[in-house]
Design a protein around this ligand. Structure first.
Ligand SMILES: Cc1cc2nc3c(=O)[nH]c(=O)nc-3n(C[C@H](O)[C@H](O)[C@H](O)COP(=O)(O)OP(=O)(O)OC[C@H]3O[C@@H](n4cnc5c(N)ncnc54)[C@H](O)[C@@H]3O)c2cc1C
Length: 399
């Protein structure tokens, strides 16, 4: 890098930090306490004034999606600038202005497979958090074996008529639009008759039925389609070639889930959080020696994983990334997140088990621990990721 480029980036860092310090509301610089404390955007969400202000301010600069092109609602930042923004936000403990499947999953897929009209229609709304998206992939008989999906879309000229059922659709009851896999050719081989479509969840014939989890929350639904009309202009990619779009989107989903252990807005490491719970010895170390060893092992693994994530980001930007590598990230990142929450719960002792008490913020830690059990299922199970790693990364015989 030239001296001028380095100086420009240093300048950008200083300006970014100053802007964040001035514009990020104090409430948005506190750790996120759970999924209900996240701003997801959309027509149906109820958010605090600080959440809305932060979303509006970041959205106006395109910094909700900093490296997307300006014409699609992004900030037009270079990869290096985007990395600096993320670093400065992390160091100030700023939350993401909004979390949305549109940003993590649909946006990248539209950028690659969408028409210009689709990009201009959907990407700026994703950037500003106007609509909340959900993902209609899994069905009762199509999870790991996703290509067996049976939801039918019948071609009626300028539109499709969609009938079928999805399951485990995260936040389907709170989402505005869905990106959905449908079978458009029932006679083709199973991977070849699938299409990728978008439609409004308020369309006639769409119903959702929430599914309750052991955590007491209901983060997802069964979703039913009964003669739903979907305009052909909402077909992404080619008809019957939706599998390509689906797979590309899954890479982004897996990469996103792999980072789930980061603890947004949380600047304290696991060691500090655990020391708060179990106390410190006379040397300032975590008092319990067994926990101390486990935390040390965790922190070493976490530091190594962060470096791998960062290297993967650089490889993506340089166009050198292995398309299957998000499976390795997803596998390791979710197992790591499960370990993190096991340790937090162990350190909390039986007090933490109070489910409905104010003292435990309504059992926040224990609910979060239970939620992590799903990390190694959602977006493709750990076993399936190990299969992908064996076959596509390690090229093991017989895999
Ligand atoms: C919290 C959460 C949120 C989710 N959100 C969404 C969503 O928004 N949209 C959506 O479409 N889906 C969503 N899902 C569904 C998720 O993608 C599926 O649960 C997942 O792909 C597994 O499918 P399945 O549940 O049908 O399990 P199955 O595929 O029936 O698997 C059952 C078991 O068999 C194992 N197995 C299956 N095939 C293989 C294989 N080839 N090799 C080794 N082991 C194998 C699996 O690892 C698993 O242990 C969500 C799931 C969870 C838990």
């Amino acid at each position: 890098m030239t001296d001028t480029a380095t100086a420009e980036l240093a300048d950008f860092r200083a300006q970014t930090r100053a802007w964040l310090e001035q514009n990020c509301p104090a409430e948005m610089r506190t750790p996120v306490t759970g999924e209900d404390d996240v701003c997801w955007g959309g027509r149906k969400g109820q958010y605090s004034a600080a959440q809305l202000q932060w979303l509006e301010r970041m959205g106006a600069r395109g910094w909700t999606v900093p490296t997307w092109p300006v014409e699609y609602g992004g900030g037009g930042l270079s990869a290096a600038q985007g990395k600096i923004l993320a670093q400065e936000m992390a160091s100030l403990g700023c939350r993401s202005p909004h979390s949305n499947f549109g940003i993590w999953m649909l946006g990248p897929a539209l950028m690659k497979f969408g028409t210009e009209e689709q990009k201009r229609e959907h990407l700026p709304k994703i950037a500003r958090g106007e609509l909340r998206w959900c993902q209609g992939y899994s069905e009762p008989n199509a999870g790991s074996d996703l290509a067996s999906l049976q939801t039918r879309a019948e071609d009626r000229g300028d539109h499709f008529i969609v009938n079928g059922q999805k399951i485990w659709t995260s936040y389907a009851d709170r989402a505005d639009w869905i990106f959905c896999l449908v079978r458009t050719d029932p006679n083709a081989k199973k991977h070849e008759g699938i299409s990728f479509v978008l439609f409004d969840m308020a369309s006639a014939g769409v119903t959702t039925k929430p599914i309750r989890l052991i955590s007491g929350k209901s983060p997802f639904c069964e979703t039913f389609f009964d003669n739903v009309r979907v305009e052909k202009r909402n077909l992404v990619g080619q008809m019957n070639r939706g599998w390509e779009v689906a797979k590309y989107l899954l890479q982004h989903e897996r990469e996103m889930i792999s980072g789930s252990g980061a603890g947004e807005g949380e600047r304290r490491g696991l060691g500090e959080l655990i020391a708060e719970r179990v106390g410190r010895d006379e040397h300032g170390r975590i008092a319990d020696p067994v926990l101390r060893t486990k935390v040390a092992e965790f922190e070493v693994d976490e530091a190594a994983f962060k470096l791998v994530l960062s290297r993967f980001g650089d490889q993506v930007r340089a166009g050198q990334a292995d398309a299957a590598f998000p499976s390795a990230l997803k596998y390791y990142g979710t197992e790591l997140n499960k370990r993190r929450h096991e340790l937090l719960v162990t350190a909390g002792g039986t007090d933490l088990l109070e489910w409905d008490s104010e003292r435990t913020q309504g059992g926040a830690a224990i609910r979060a621990w239970l939620r992590t059990k799903a990390n190694s299922i959602e977006g493709g199970t750990s076993e399936v990721q190990l299969g992908v790693i064996a076959k596509r990364i390690l090229a093991l015989p017989g895999a």
